[in-house]
Design a protein around this ligand. Structure first.
Ligand code: ZN
Length: 212
C-alpha cells in the first residue's frame, strides 16, 4: 500500500538503534507494518548499525542504499518485517492487546471521542483514539513529540490529510486540530512524551483525569 506520510531519519535511526521509548516503539512498529518506504529506511539504518558493530572500515551509508533496499522489499519475497494479520490493528498493537479491536477497553473523552491507554514501562504514553466521523479533537499544541498513526478512516488538520498507514510527526512548533473525515470513524494510535498544550479551558481542566 502507498503511504504518504512516513518516518523521518531521526525516528528511523532511533528505532533501528532500539533507542525509542516503548510508546514510540509501538507506534513506529505498527507504521512499519503498513509502509514499505519506512521499512526500507529503518532497514538501511539497521545495516549501518550492524556495520558499526562489526567495525567496518567505512560506516558511511551509500547514497543508493535506501533505494536499493526499497527495491528489494518491493520486488522480492524478502520480507523484512511481516505485515500484520487481517484486522484494523497492526500486529505490533495486537500483540500488546492480545487481539484486535474487540480487546480494546475504550474510555469516553466526551463528544463521542474515546481513548484506550496502552500500558508501557516508561513515561511516554501510547493511546488508541476513536474519533467519530466528522468529529474533531480539541485544538492543541505540544510540549514534546507526538506521533500519530492512522489505523482506520482518516483525519485532516492544519498540516494535511492522514489516512491508514500515515504517520503524523508533531512537535513544539505545531498547533493543530485534527478532524475525522465525514465518511468513516477514525481510529488512531498516538504516542506522546509530554502532556499536550490545550488551547481552551475545558480540555485543560480535564487533562489530568485523562492523562493526555
Ligand atoms: Zn497533536
Amino acid at each position: 500500500m502507498t503511504v504518504k506520510h512516513v518516518l523521518n531519519d531521526q525516528l528511523a535511526m532511533g528505532y533501528a538503534a532500539g533507542a525509542l521509548p516503548e510508546a514510540f516503539d509501538i507506534v513506529v512498529a505498527a507504521h512499519l507494518s503498513l509502509s514499505d518506504e519506512s521499512r526500507a529506511l529503518v532497514s538501511s539504518y539497521e545495516a549501518v548499525g550492524a556495520c558499526v558493530m562489526e567495525e567496518c572500515d567505512s560506516v558511511e551509508l551509500k547514497s543508493d542504499a535506501f533505494a536499493a533496499t526499497l527495491g528489494r522489499i518491493k520486488s522480492s519475497d524478502t520480507v523484512i518485517e511481516k505485515p500484520g494479520p487481517k484486522g484494523v490493528l497492526p500486529e505490533p498493537i495486537q500483540k500488546y492487546l492480545g487481539g484486535d479491536l474487540e480487546k480494546v477497553k475504550w474510555k469516553s473523552l466526551g463528544g463521542g471521542v474515546k481513548q484506550a491507554i496502552i500500558p508501557t514501562n516508561d513515561t511516554a504514553q501510547a493511546r488508541l483514539l476513536f474519533i467519530p466521523a466528522g468529529q474533531s479533537v480539541p485544538d492543541h499544541g505540544h510540549r514534546g513529540m507526538e506521533l500519530t498513526l492512522v489505523l482506520q478512516g482518516s483525519f485532516a488538520d492544519e498540516v494535511d490529510e492522514f489516512a491508514r498507514g500515515d504517520l503524523e510527526i508533531a512537535n513544539e512548533d505545531l498547533n493543530h486540530q485534527p478532524i475525522a473525515s465525514m465518511d468513516a470513524d477514525c481510529i488512531c494510535i498516538a504516542a506522546t512524551d509530554a502532556p499536550l498544550r490545550f488551547n481552551s479551558l475545558l480540555p485543560r481542566l480535564l487533562q489530568p483525569f485523562f492523562k493526555i
